[in-house]
Design a protein around this ligand. Structure first.
Ligand SMILES: CC(C)(COP(=O)(O)OP(=O)(O)OC[C@H]1O[C@@H](n2cnc3c(N)ncnc32)[C@H](O)[C@@H]1OP(=O)(O)O)[C@@H](O)C(=O)NCCC(=O)NCCS
Length: 341
């Protein structure tokens, strides 16, 4: 991670020229062999500057120590697809790969597109690294492909459904925002909450803000907001491609709640809606859910929801706590869920 990474709208002359440099440099770093060499040769720094000055809108830059090191461009697709936003460019200098810059830029771009039910992008078919990155961000290939004649390469289209806002009798489930940090800290600093679920207590409001930014602001993780107060009191999410949920058509359900709200059936109420969402909206086949030995409250939640016991692992890794614990694994299949409706 970079300590003083700044993500901001592209505004100043310096930033426009910085963006042009990243455009030029990153194409020459990442695309030789992938796109037509003639096109690359013609893509000079001057040309990139021209583009940057001519189309300065809808651009966000990432700056390290005042220097532009990446940018994201976003926009709409006009009448062609009024419900679809687009990430039309995302570039980071090669020396900054692997430092989380692209993810921060993607989040910033998506934040500008929250009004669109879905967001799409085009990526070079052979750019496997980028495709993997976009998949981790929640995009999936649509199967559409085109050969872009000017760059002489095939591109594929990927799409991401934007996080929905869900509602139950007493709750709103909505994406986390950085401005939730104070409420999050109120509950996540309590040693009765995180450690039971396998993560350490939050140490400050700033720490909560970081966790929101880096862990909670991901597709399909929602804060549980009480309608009564309008404030977040916990978190619930569907997690994909981890040790438990390896396949594309399955996920793991995770949740936690602020201690003052325990015992009112809040998490079961939120989880019921999440299960509906998983099976109906996302068309998944299996939802896994686990708890560590001794977490009787979480065990009860899963029993009440109708999860079925699968197996126990004597030494399940708890990476964030640097230990192993006995863990129990439950499962809800789509079939079981349908039978219970
Ligand atoms: C597990 C957790 C999410 C339960 O949420 P919840 O909304 O309180 O769930 P429920 O109201 O259905 O309560 C579940 C069970 O907890 C127990 N319980 C509830 N309130 C309690 C309290 N204040 N003190 C002790 N036990 C309590 C009861 O046994 C209850 O089951 P019951 O309905 O059969 O009586 C919550 O306790 C929590 O956040 N725990 C810490 C994080 C965690 O363990 N997450 C899950 C990781 S797998």
């Amino acid at each position: 991670m970079i300590n003083d990474l700044e993500i901001k709208k592209m505004e100043t002359d310096d930033e426009i020229r910085g963006k042009a440099y990243v455009h030029w440099k990153s194409w020459h770093e990442a695309y030789p062999g992938l796109v037509d060499q003639e096109y690359l040769d013609a893509l000079t720094l001057e040309k990139c500057e021209k583009i940057a000055y001519n189309w300065p809108d809808n651009l966000i830059v990432a700056k390290d120590n005042g220097r532009v090191i990446g940018f994201v461009g976003f926009g709409d697709r006009g009448d062609e697809a009024p419900d679809t936003g687009e990430i039309f460019a995302l570039y980071v200098l090669a020396e900054y790969y692997g430092k989380g810059v692209a993810r921060q830029l993607m989040k910033a771009g998506l934040r500008q597109l929250t009004n669109y039910p879905q967001v799409c992008l085009w990526v070079l078919k052979e750019n496997k690294k980028a495709i993997r990155f976009y998949e981790k961000c929640g995009f999936a290939p649509t199967g559409e492909e085109l050969i872009s004649s000017n760059i002489g390469a095939a591109e594929i289209r990927m799409i991401m459904k934007q996080a929905t806002v869900m509602e139950t009798e007493r709750l709103i489930l909505r994406p986390w925002e950085e401005s939730d940090a104070e409420e999050c800290y109120k509950y996540a600093k309590d040693p009765q909450v995180g450690p039971a679920a396998g993560w350490p207590i939050h140490t400050s409001v700033e720490n909560s803000r970081e966790v929101i930014r880096d862990v909670l602001m991901v597709p399909e993780t929602y804060t549980i907001v009480l309608k009564e107060t309008g404030l977040p009191v916990g978190s619930i999410g569907l997690h994909f491609h981890n040790d438990l949920a390896e396949k594309d058509d399955e996920c793991e359900l995770g949740y936690w709640l602020g201690v003052p709200y325990w015992g009112r059936g809040i998490v079961p109420e939120a989880a019921k809606e999440m299960l509906r969402h998983a099976f109906e909206d996302l068309n998944l086949e299996r939802v896994w859910c686990g708890y560590y030995d001794g977490n009787t409250k979480s065990k009860r939640v899963q029993e009440k929801l109708g999860f079925k016991y699968q197996w126990t692992t004597e030494e399940a890794p708890v990476p964030q706590m640097g230990e192993t614990r006995k863990g129990h694994v439950n499962l809800m299949t789509k079939e079981d869920w349908l039978a219970g409706q």
